[in-house]
Design a protein around this ligand. Structure first.
Ligand SMILES: [Fe+2]
Ligand SMILES: [Fe+2]
Length: 277
């Protein structure tokens, strides 16, 4: 298994940053940005789950991975929160208020999962989410979608998904060790995926409402054509990669990672202000 390295980064976000960070595609940009609004609530929930699991794990190698997982997720949500604060500050008051109300209810819902659901359910949710994001991360690296994205959001996304791949086995191993079998994991994992994709779509709709001028600015026929090509390739590859995660023999150890994964690890090891492995 790859070393799970905790990298502290210093990304520079400003109110000048390009929110349409995917070339010619405001709606797809907002789908990502909207979904990432929930990370400061979802990732701490995953950390609470893994910390509870840690109390029952006596395999020292897995315990180390769980601690590294928590530290990586802690860095992820803090960096995303900085970008989110700027995006919220750019929204008109009415849409910002709607977004903040949604985020409050999302925060309460994730807190209630920790407080009311059994550990096996929370571990299955975590693995459903992690398997889904690892499949997405593979798609993004295989297709090198970062070639048509703008910094600093591109930079944030590439660092984050690289580390998602680095810790891809942790939630899987935790569920295998303390979970409740394949069918339960599949059922709760599918529920988890529908849950966070649904929340992400709602938050993306708030972004679309907030920035109609950015939607209109990318309405030329050439923009339509380019984004259609990109999206078609993306959806095809996503379906292919996702199909693999539902099989009983699925393991995140078995898949081949594209060259961009090691390139990104090297780059962010060099750029991090500190690293801990
Ligand atoms: Fe993360
Ligand atoms: Fe993760």
């Amino acid at each position: 298994m790859d070393t799970i390295t905790v990298r502290k980064m210093e990304f520079e976000f400003s109110d000048e940053m390009d929110l349409v960070f995917i070339e010619h595609d405001p709606a797809f940009s907002f789908l990502f940005l909207g979904t990432w609004m929930l990370l400061p609530y979802l990732e701490p929930y995953l950390m609470r789950t893994m910390r509870t699991a840690l109390e029952q794990i006596d395999n020292e190698a897995l315990a180390h991975d769980l601690r590294q997982f928590c530290s990586q997720e802690g860095q992820h949500y803090q960096q995303h929160a900085k970008a989110n604060d700027i995006i919220l500050s750019l929204m008109p008051d009415a849409q910002r208020q709607t977004m903040q109300e949604k985020l409050s209810s999302i925060a309460a819902e994730y807190r209630s999962f920790t407080e009311t659901k059994p550990l096996q359910w929370n571990l299955a949710y975590a693995e459903g989410f992690e398997a889904y994001t690892a499949a997405g991360a593979r798609t993004q690296m295989e297709l090198r979608v970062f070639d048509y994205m703008q910094d600093p959001i591109r930079d944030l996304m590439l660092w984050h998904i690289m580390e998602e791949l680095e810790h891809r086995t942790v939630a899987y191993d935790a569920y295998q060790t303390l979970g409740n079998g394949y069918l339960y994991g599949l059922r709760v994992g599918l529920w988890a995926q529908r849950h966070f994709v649904g929340l992400g779509r709602q938050l993306a709709d708030s972004m679309i409402d907030a920035f109609p001028e950015l939607m209109a600015a990318h309405d030329a026929p050439q923009a339509h054509k380019i984004r259609k090509q990109h999206r078609t390739a993306y959806m095809r590859r996503t379906l292919k990669n996702l199909a693999g995660i539902y099989a009983p023999w699925y393991s995140p150890r078995n898949y081949a990672l594209p060259p961009m994964y090691e390139e990104a690890r090297t780059e962010y090891n060099q750029r991090a202000i500190s690293t801990a492995a």
